[in-house]
Ligand binder design. Structure first.
Ligand SMILES: [Zn+2]
Length: 441
């Protein structure tokens, strides 16, 4: 290879390494850059020491400091016991490293813990667990979500445990661990909780604890308490598998994932919590966790909880129109904010909107369009005449059922209301006069 090609190859490889820091080449380069930290060179023994958990360090380092190699690009120059960056790519590598540091990449591990049917509120000996140690004594991870373990947890740290045969090699301090557990009763994999800003402890922290094997308990994880939690609603692990055949979690107890999967899982849990209508503290805590992991604040509009609730309610509610008319006419007599259907809590406003949609046959009141959904039912929107932020209410005289186009035109177009009573509304929208029915009949 001529030098120009070698430089080009390196410049192609370097950004890829910083995008997947779990790769061995990436680990060596990142370790080197961490050691370099402003110096012009470092000693080979320092690098070896920092890479001592990488079994194939020697082969990989040789490739990274040679030319015409198979897998890697030339990055280093070795001069006796001194390692420097190869001059033609040094500045490029440094600037890519700065980019990598500023994006704050934190790899995610999904780790398998034995199932605890008490909801992790107490120790549990689980004869059905696939983890052999947990069939004789409580699994140490049964305390992962007890956040105030006496003599262990501090005001801002929680200690936990995952059974694995070897510590994960490619886990940076500060990373995220998501806990997977197989529900031995339903035989389904579930995502049950999360630790953030986690450190894997090289030496387990042991403390005396009656009931466990040898009456002691060991922890191999430490995480930031206010960024760690048990999910109130376990998620179906199958939703995060790349393929049906592949396991979500590898046989050694964990698998590596990109950060994005944590964002997806957190959003799903937030959505579940929002639908349940309770657990505000957990919801807010999880929103903070989302910001910590993604570096961005959460736009709650993406969930559109209300629309999803209305869709569910359309399925659950009676489509008997005389019943709906009675309910809507009596709306002002009942001021409770929620309704419970099939043990699930819904916003009353969403029940009302779902009923108005049924009453209006899911048809746009301007163009009569009905949008059929592949999975059954119809898609239609509820527009507020007096907007919500101006205290417009979810009552039949303030709601128009509109297709998405007319809804947006109604909200963003020029609009003059000529007449608005309990029975109808007359308005000019973008130069066209409309008179729409608001009666409950
Ligand atoms: Zn329309």
């Amino acid at each position: 290879m001529i030098e120009k090609d070698i430089i080009e190859k390196a410049k192609r490889k370097i950004p890829k390494w910083f995008n997947s820091p779990n790769q061995i080449g990436s680990q060596i380069v990142i370790n080197y850059m961490e050691l370099l930290n402003g110096k012009s060179s470092i000693s080979l023994s320092d690098l070896e020491n920092k890479c001592k958990n990488i079994e194939t360090f020697n082969t990989n380092f040789t490739q990274l400091s040679g030319k015409g190699q198979k897998n890697h690009a030339k990055i280093f120059v070795r001069n006796g016991s001194i390692v420097t960056l190869w001059e033609p790519i040094a500045n490029f590598l440094k600037s890519e490293y700065e980019k990598y540091k500023s994006t704050n990449f934190k790899p995610v591990i999904i780790a398998n813990i034995s199932y605890n049917p008490t909801g992790w509120r107490s120790l549990y000996l689980n004869p059905k667990a696939s983890h052999s140690y947990a069939t004789e004594f409580p699994g140490h991870e049964s305390l992962n979500f007890n956040f105030d373990k006496k003599g262990v947890d501090t005001s801002n740290e929680v200690y936990g445990f995952v059974q694995w045969t070897a510590d994960p090699k490619f886990f940076n301090k500060g990373g995220t661990i998501i806990f997977y557990s197989r529900n031995t009763d339903t035989r389904k994999g579930q995502i049950v909780g999360i630790y953030c800003n986690t450190e894997i402890l090289n030496h387990h922290k042991y403390i005396d604890w009656k009931g466990f094997e040898n009456n002691e308990i060991g922890f191999n994880l430490k995480a930031q308490k206010d960024l760690s939690m048990l999910f109130p609603i376990p998620l179906d692990a199958n939703n995060y598998k790349e393929s049906k055949k592949k396991r979500l979690v590898g046989q050694i107890g964990y698998s590596y994932y990109r950060n994005e999967i944590a964002e997806v899982i957190i959003k799903d849990q937030l959505y579940e919590l929002s639908k349940s209508g309770v657990q505000k503290n957990e919801f807010d805590k999880l929103k903070n966790i989302f910001s910590f992991i993604s570096g961005k604040s959460l736009d709650e509009n993406i969930f559109d909880y209300d629309l999803k609730q209305q869709d569910e309610l359309v399925e659950l509610l009676s489509s008997d129109k005389s019943q709906i008319i009675t309910d809507l006419k009596n709306l002002d007599k009942d001021e409770t904010e929620t309704v419970t259907i099939n043990q699930k809590v819904y916003k009353r406003d969403n029940k009302t909107l779902a009923q108005i949609k049924i009453l209006r046959d899911f048809e746009c009141q301007i163009c009569s369009k009905k949008i059929k959904k592949e999975k059954g039912g119809f898609y239609i929107e509820a527009a507020h005449i007096k907007p919500k932020n101006k205290k417009g209410k979810e009552t039949p005289d303030n709601i128009l059922i509109l297709c998405p186009n007319h809804h947006k035109e109604f909200d963003y177009g020029s609009r003059t209301i000529i007449n608005h009573t309990k029975d109808f509304i007359e308005f000019i929208m973008n130069g066209v006069l409309y008179k729409l029915n608001l009666r409950i009949e």
